[in-house]
Design a protein around this ligand. Structure first.
Ligand SMILES: NC(=O)c1ccc[n+]([C@@H]2O[C@H](COP(=O)([O-])OP(=O)(O)OC[C@H]3O[C@@H](n4cnc5c(N)ncnc54)[C@H](O)[C@@H]3O)[C@@H](O)[C@H]2O)c1
Length: 318
């Protein structure tokens, strides 16, 4: 939002605040070009109200986070499939263009050296709730592509790979904010499995301008673009780096997947993007280092804790 508002755009956000927090909008609430609607994307009237008059729509609302998906598979399926259909219909009816946020999860267990947009999807059993998010996002992409082919909807898809930044919560399964919170609190950093699974983390400050640029390029319509970090790291090394960088006294505790999630949980061992297509289209070149990402998220968490502490003190004083 900040990015679009600073470019002079008028921005309307619709969010049901299920996992999002109004507090995250503190810098934009009150801005003369910003409007917030508390509403659900399953509610067609609310979505139509938000989309009316817009020329560009960014569809980011979703049930996200492994914990949430595993514990509430129905919510994930309904929001992520039916909600997207509601958004697609509304955007089409209003003559706007659409940017759809998809995910690297759709590649599933494909551990290729660098996943390009045509890579195969290797998903586990349809009866394992862990895969409902990937399955739903795959359907979203297929829907978006069909709206483009059959109705000419101007829609581009981005597949995000572990995007991290300030104001992100670790409550629903995001690893970086969770490990940083544990390190700052002096608690053990919980690493699932053997910790040798790898990811490529990217910074929200690199991803947002790329998404915005992709949404402006007509040749992106009907296509999908990977957007991820360029540095592969195991979760164990990530935890060690967080401890070192933040000067934390914490140690590392390995937690079996069965304990962290449910029996039979399957992780992806590796997920490395080929960003070539987005680089070619919009010059995507993520620059923020992992150390910088860790520092920024830690600084944000520290200031939230201090603000929370101040609030408690002033409430106690009242
Ligand atoms: N952050 C990542 O690493 C990552 C990776 C891959 C894909 N994505 C995708 O990017 C998008 C944004 O993710 P994020 O990381 O910013 O997560 P986020 O939780 O910050 O944003 C999702 C928002 O959707 C809202 N929401 C959920 N259900 C809703 C509903 N039914 N109606 C209205 N609002 C609803 C939540 O309240 C939340 O504010 C999502 O579509 C997600 O699937 C993110």
């Amino acid at each position: 939002m900040e990015h679009l508002l600073s470019a002079g755009d008028e921005v309307t956000v619709i969010d049901n605040l299920s996992t999002g927090r109004l507090e995250n909008l503190r810098d934009v609430i009150g801005h003369r070009n910003f409007r917030f609607i508390e509403g659900d994307i399953l509610d067609k009237a609310a979505v139509d109200k938000a989309v009316a008059g817009a020329n560009r729509v960014f569809h980011l609302a979703a049930a996200v986070g492994v914990n949430l998906i595993v514990e509430h598979p129905l919510e994930s399926l309904r929001t992520n499939i039916h909600g997207t259909e509601v958004v697609l219909d509304s955007v089409l009816a209003n003559g706007a263009s659409l940017l759809l946020a998809s995910t690297s999860e759709i590649y599933g267990k494909n551990t290729a050296d660098s996943l390009n947009e045509d890579a195969d999807r290797i998903l586990g059993s349809a009866l394992k709730s862990r895969w409902t998010y990937a399955a739903a996002k795959g359907i979203d992409e297929a829907f978006a592509h069909a709206y483009w082919r059959e109705f000419g909807l101007e829609v581009a898809i981005v597949r995000l790979f572990n995007t991290v930044g300030p104001r992100q919560t670790g409550r629903y399964g995001m690893v970086v904010p969770r490990l940083i919170r544990q390190a700052l609190a002096g608690e053990p950093l919980t690493v699932y499995g053997d910790g040798r699974q790898t990811r490529c983390f990217s910074y929200v400050g690199d991803i947002v301008p790329a998404i915005t640029r992709i949404s402006e390029v007509p040749s992106a319509y009907g296509q999908a673009f990977n957007l991820g970090g360029s540095y592969e790291i195991s979760i164990l090394t990530l935890a060690e780096r967080i401890i070192e960088l933040l000067g934390s006294e914490s140690d590392i505790r390995f937690v079996p997947y069965e304990e962290a999630y449910a029996e039979g949980y399957e992780d992806m061992r590796r997920r490395v993007p080929d960003n070539g297509k987005a680089r070619q289209l919009v010059g995507f070149d993520p620059k923020t280092t992992l150390d910088q990402i860790i520092r920024n998220v830690a600084a944000d968490q520290r200031s939230e804790t201090q603000a929370g502490g101040r609030l408690k003190v002033s409430m106690a004083g009242n």
